[in-house]
Design a protein. Structure first.
Length: 160
């Protein structure tokens, strides 16, 4: 739910899912949605690496355990960051799509990557990435958004 969704509402009602310990402060809210390392890595995999299927997440270099993977994917669906779909070509397969809410994080993710190129001496991100982002942030963001669209367009239709 966005801030605009609750604007002008009468009385002290809070949006669904509101929690006084985690809502109100923007940093606290973000930490509650994707602040643990696994949720952040899963969002990276979806937004920047084009991963959509459970098995693709399992094969990530970080080797997330199956119980944590299932828990974090469910959390990201529950918080509106991903949508979960049954693959129409194989009912045993489930895939996940990023929502507008998670796609809005692309600039932040790219900013974190640029920051890491400067401060992580072991970074895997090439210097050329940081230079490209600094010289054309809008173009870099648009490229990642187009890649997400390509990946999602190639997915099968979800089960109704």
């Amino acid at each position: 739910m966005t801030k605009a969704d609750t604007a002008g509402s009468a009385g002290p009602s809070k949006p669904k899912g509101w929690n006084k310990e985690w809502n109100g402060c923007p940093v606290r809210y973000a930490a509650g949605v994707f602040g643990d390392k696994w949720s952040f890595v899963l969002l990276r995999d979806v937004l920047l690496h084009g991963k959509r299927y459970y098995g693709e997440f399992q094969r990530s270099e970080e080797r997330i355990s199956t119980n944590i993977l299932a828990n974090r994917l469910a959390h990201l669906v529950e918080t509106g960051m991903l949508t979960r779909h049954i693959d129409s070509t194989s009912r045993n397969k489930v895939f996940y799509r990023p929502t507008a809410k998670s796609r809005a994080l692309i600039p932040a993710f790219l900013g974190v990557m640029v920051w890491s190129t400067e401060y992580d001496s072991c970074t895997e991100a090439p210097d050329s990435f940081a230079k490209a982002f600094r010289s054309d942030p809008k173009g870099t963001i648009a490229w990642y958004e187009a890649e997400i669209d390509k990946v999602d367009a190639a997915l099968p239709d979800p089960e109704p």
